[in-house]
Design a protein around this ligand. Structure first.
Ligand code: OGA
Ligand code: NI
Length: 305
């Protein structure tokens, strides 16, 4: 494990991005997920709108059409579905009307999407814990550091995105505009179209497509916990030109009620950070991860309020 942890540490300090291979996620499961997602997005928009996010309420689940989600105030050129942990109406967090907690909205067609999504979330949760064990070791912490602290009950968000190819007459550049992710780690499955770009020393680099690998990147909370030693790196997606693209980001985040604080002894409290894309000061955050996330969400989907 040591050499792997060292490689993870080097990647987290330099790029905040790395590839995960040899992860053991079943390729048959991945293929069924891809097929079901393709079938869903091929439906007429009226059909897809039957599970629109407006029906998901506070759980923040369901479908949104192209142009409905904003990044840095501008509409993204993508459509997608939001999923999360499947919670029963009797779950205490659902009864307490906690935002982001509840049941998923699954379409009736294709029926296979439901099982593929639920199985995928379960498998990716184990993988998320495994990657965080590596990240903990790379920081000189016990392997179970995250699982026994801020990620005891991780908040899981799973999104399926479809980026339609841009026609020549359109002037759309960004599938997703520049942003950072909010939580601990994101594990991205993508098809072979590509288009993800990552900022490094002020320059944009495209992320190569490695078949079978997940792209892992760090979110704002790991950046905050390490006082910027591990970077939550700005990234964006170029709108595809020749064919549609599918991507499947899985967000493995701190528990909703966790107060995420810098880890003692990781980096000097005086460390200074680069100016952020959203002007936010990660050192100055106060409150729970849930509060941070809901404030972010209000900017991304103003209409859902
Ligand atoms: C995101 C993201 C990349 C992609 O959803 O935060 O960066 O390829 N997605 O869809
Ligand atoms: Ni992102």
């Amino acid at each position: 494990m040591r050499p792997v942890a060292d490689q993870i540490g080097a990647a987290c300090r330099e790029h905040g991005f790395f590839c995960v291979v040899g992860h053991g996620i079943d390729p048959v499961l991945e293929a069924s997920l891809e097929r079901a997602a393709q079938d869903f997005f091929a439906l007429p928009v009226e059909e897809k709108m039957r599970i629109a996010m407006q029906h998901g309420g506070r759980a923040w689940r369901g479908y949104f059409p192209v142009g409905a989600e904003l990044t840095s105030g501008k509409p993204d050129r993508k459509e997608g579905i939001y999923f999360g942990s499947e919670l029963a109406a009797t779950d205490p967090r659902v009864l307490a009307r906690t935002p982001m907690h509840g049941a998923n909205l699954f379409p009736t067609s294709p029926p296979e999407l439901r099982e593929a999504v639920l199985e995928y979330i379960e498998a990716m949760t184990s993988l998320g814990h495994a990657v965080l064990r590596g990240i903990a070791l790379s920081l000189g912490l016990n392997a179970d550091y995250f699982a026994t602290s801020c990620a005891r009950d991780p908040l899981l968000l799973f999104r399926v995105f479809h980026y339609p190819a841009v026609t020549t007459s359109e002037d759309a550049t960004w599938g997703v505009g520049e942003h950072t992710d909010y939580g601990l780690i994101t594990l991205l499955k993508q098809d072979e179209v590509g288009g993800l770009e990552v900022k490094h020393n002020g320059r944009w680099n495209s992320v190569p497509v490695v078949p079978g690998a997940f792209v892992c990147n760090l979110g704002d909370m790991l950046d905050r916990m390490t006082r910027g030693l591990y970077v939550s790196t700005p990234h964006r997606v170029v709108a595809p030109r020749t064919r549609d693209r599918l991507s499947f980001p899985f967000f493995f985040d701190p528990s909703y009620d966790a107060r995420v604080e810098p880890i003692d002894g990781i980096a000097p409290p005086t460390a200074t950070r680069a100016h952020r894309w959203d002007d936010l000061d990660l050192d100055a955050l106060d409150g729970t991860y849930g509060a941070y996330l809901t404030a972010k969400v209000a900017k991304v989907f103003p209409s859902l309020g």
